[in-house]
Write a protein that binds this ligand. Structure first.
Ligand code: HEC
Ligand code: HEC
Ligand code: HEC
Ligand code: HEC
Ligand code: HEC
Length: 223
């Protein structure tokens, strides 16, 4: 079934554009790559089991409360996710960043979660966690490997050029993270969902009326 979809999609593209050898070869690679990748993906994809729209809940080593840090304390998303503006990934803050603050915060020092945090820093008494062990956070969002996604381009466009507030920009794809007691997926991240936003007209900056659209060419989103 998937092979059929790929072939139909592929034919449209091949018929719509002059067929050079390079295009043909690149497309063949994509077809084979996608079919293999999709076959693998279909077997491992996690079904969404929760009834709400927040996606599957991931068990984290420490439940990190976004609501208290990004909500109550209003810490900027990009203070912790520092790579979003300049790289493919946003990045998860290193343990040092947590400790830098928590070393001087007495109010929650004796809570179970902060004790656990310091076990990763100082090592646990029973020796199961060595000092300075990075916290093994699990992925909440995880697109299949055959999809190409880039934070930088989206953040540059919506935050730096359109000058939208950072929480609104992250929210297009991650929902209202500042209210979450533990990070959850809230948007489908399906192909149709990405494409439907790319089909809209997006302003190129905060002042002019000029707009462009996101790419809808298979090559841009698949490798
Ligand atoms: C004090 C640091 C801090 C701040 C501020 C912060 N985050 Fe996070 N964020 C984390 C940590 C640590 C994780 C990993 C734990 C988890 O996934 O729950 C994370 C995870 C995430 C994830 C899930 C990552 C994945 O695995 O897919 C998203 C999305 C996210 N943050 C978005 C945001 C947004 C949007 C904001 C601003 C509203 C924000 N964060 C503010 C520390 C922070
Ligand atoms: C800018 C300073 C700052 C940074 C950076 C920071 N925190 Fe916090 N965190 C706080 C403060 C202040 C509180 C207490 C908030 C309150 O009383 O509601 C807190 C509360 C928490 C709590 C809730 C404790 C409880 O059970 O009551 C957890 C868990 C936590 N932080 C984990 C982390 C982790 C993990 C990191 C690194 C990814 C981190 N924090 C980074 C300032 C920070
Ligand atoms: C246009 C959609 C979009 C926007 C805008 C966006 N993200 Fe993401 N984000 C994604 C997708 C898709 C993934 C999963 C990527 C993957 O699995 O390859 C992701 C993954 C993440 C992750 C986990 C993996 C990583 O990249 O390190 C974090 C953390 C994250 N985003 C934070 C943010 C923050 C913070 C912002 C705002 C500054 C933001 N995102 C804006 C779509 C977006
Ligand atoms: C909120 C609207 C929106 C959503 C949602 C969105 N995009 Fe985009 N995307 C854009 C816009 C606008 C651009 C053009 C950015 C530019 O070049 O200035 C773009 C550009 C791109 C590019 C080309 C730039 C590059 O990185 O090479 C890729 C690839 C891309 N998006 C992939 C995705 C994928 C995959 C998803 C879904 C997981 C997605 N986008 C979701 C608006 C969106
Ligand atoms: C804007 C980005 C984007 C564009 C453009 C795009 N795709 Fe996708 N595609 C995705 C994403 C994201 C997924 C992963 C969906 C998921 O995991 O549920 C995907 C999944 C797929 C799959 C796996 C089956 C499925 O639906 O999950 C196939 C096959 C596929 N794409 C083929 C194509 C072809 C052929 C084109 C060109 C006609 C194309 N894609 C254009 C983003 C895109």
């Amino acid at each position: 079934m998937y092979v059929g979809i790929v072939l139909v999609g592929g034919l449209n593209i091949l018929l719509g554009e002059p067929l050079t050898m390079v295009r043909f070869l690149r497309f063949s690679v994509l077809l084979v790559g996608l079919c293999t990748a999709v076959a693998g993906h279909a077997n491992t994809a996690q079904p969404i089991t929760t009834a709400d729209d927040l996606g599957p809940k991931v068990e984290q080593p420490i439940e990190f409360p976004h609501d208290r840090h990004a909500g109550d304390m209003q810490i900027n998303c990009m203070y912790c996710h520092t790579y979003a503006r300049r790289s493919i990934v946003s990045g998860i803050p290193p343990l040092q960043k947590c400790i830098g603050c928590h070393q001087s915060i007495e109010s929650v020092r004796e809570t179970p979660r902060i004790k656990k945090l310091f076990e990763y820093w100082e090592g646990s008494k029973d020796g199961t966690i060595a000092p300075k062990t990075p916290i093994p956070w699990k992925k909440v969002h995880d697109l299949p490997d055959f999809v190409r996604f880039n934070h930088e381009r989206h953040i540059q466009r919506f935050y730096f050029q359109q000058e939208k507030p950072v929480q609104e920009v992250c929210g297009y794809c991650h929902g209202d993270v500042k209210t979450m007691t533990v990070a959850r997926r809230s948007k489908s991240l399906s192909m149709g969902w990405c494409v439907s936003c790319h089909e809209k007209d997006h302003a190129v900056d905060a002042v002019s009326t000029k707009t462009t659209q996101g790419p809808n060419d298979c090559w841009q989103c698949h490798k």
